[in-house]
Each structure stands twice: as structure tokens, then as C-alpha cells.
Design a binder for this molecule. Structure first.
Ligand code: IDP
Ligand code: MG
Length: 154
């Protein structure tokens, strides 16, 4: 990975896919300036969902969460930028849509925490694990955009 850049995993969850909001999510991340380096459209199995959400095992919302994320396909992506983790979490908005900042995806397109449209890694450490879980090394496309110097200062 280029120095100064961070990677993060983003999912358009089943509700976002069913509601035709894949393009909206991608459009916002593209327009903000993040660089897409991997994407796949996939319906995940229960065992894979349990691995992805392992930190939530035992919580009251765990079973509905696994049912939700496996209920329909998801659009999984890796996005790259300086401080990508924080920037993407900001563009998504707070976990609970009613606490999400106006203008964020979860504010603009969601009402309920159990139907909050999108996922993004919550730290650089989590991002590394999640990118590794969802994608193989060869799926990550190293490339440059002509506009990179106009978006990435370094
Ligand atoms: P995050 O997706 O913003 O990182 P987490 O706390 O990691 O939020 O929770 C993972 C997902 O579990 C949330 O996005 C949401 O879909 C679901 N979730 C979290 N808390 C609750 C809850 O209290 N009720 C129902 N679902 C929840
Ligand atoms: Mg989380």
C-alpha cells in the first residue's frame, strides 16, 4: 500500500442492495475522492457472516444481525485514501440512523439500526482483518488515477 494511505472495507448491506442504493453509496465515496481498489457482489453464507461479525457474538442483536446480513446479496468493496477508515465512517454516519449526521448515508436513507444500509470497518486494525477476510491479495487492484494529486495532498 502507498505510504500515507489507508484501506477500509465497505459493504452495501442487503437493504441497500434491495432498495437500489448501490450506486448511491459508490457515488458518494467516489465523489468524496476515495479510490476503489476491489469490489464483488456476493451472497454470504451463515458461517462467513459469523466470522465477519464475530465481535458481536452473544449480544442481543446478534441473531437478527446474522439473519439480516445473509438475507440477500451484499456489495463488498475496498476503498483507499488518507484516513480512509474515519472518512468512510463519517460518510456512512452513526450506527443508529437517528443519531447519524444530516447528509450522511444512514441519515439520508435509513431509520432503523437493524436496517442501516451499509457497513464500514471501525479502525485500521479491523480494516486489515476485514479486507483479508473478504478479499484475496490478488483481488486488490493497485492503480493510479489522473486526479489523485488533486485529492491526495501527499
Ligand atoms: P457499525 O455497523 O456502525 O460498525 P456495530 O456496533 O459494529 O455498528 O454493529 C454492527 C451492526 O449490528 C450495525 O451496523 C447494525 O446493523 C447492527 N446493530 C448494532 N446495534 C444494534 C442494536 O442495538 N439493535 C439492532 N441491530 C444493531
Ligand atoms: Mg462495527
Amino acid at each position: 500500500m502507498e505510504a500515507g494511505l489507508e484501506r477500509t472495507l465497505v459493504l452495501v448491506k442487503p437493504d441497500g442492495v434491495q432498495r437500489g442504493l448501490i450506486g448511491e453509496v459508490i457515488g458518494r465515496l467516489e465523489r468524496r475522492g476515495l479510490r476503489l481498489i476491489a469490489a464483488k457482489f456476493v451472497r454470504i453464507a451463515r458461517a462467513f457472516a459469523e466470522e465477519h461479525y464475530a465481535v458481536h457474538k452473544g449480544k442481543p442483536f446478534y441473531d437478527p444481525l446474522i439473519a439480516y446480513i445473509t438475507s440477500s446479496p451484499v456489495m463488498a468493496m475496498v476503498w483507499e485514501a488518507p484516513d480512509a477508515v474515519g472518512a468512510v465512517r463519517q460518510t456512512l454516519g452513526a450506527t443508529r440512523p437517528l443519531e447519524a449526521a444530516p447528509g450522511s448515508l444512514r441519515h439520508d436513507f435509513a431509520l432503523e439500526v437493524g436496517r442501516n444500509l451499509v457497513h464500514a470497518s471501525d479502525s485500521a486494525e479491523t480494516a486489515a482483518l476485514e479486507v483479508d477476510l473478504w478479499f484475496s491479495k490478488g483481488d486488490l487492484v493497485v492503480w493510479e488515477r489522473a486526479v489523485d494529486p488533486w485529492i491526495f495532498e501527499g
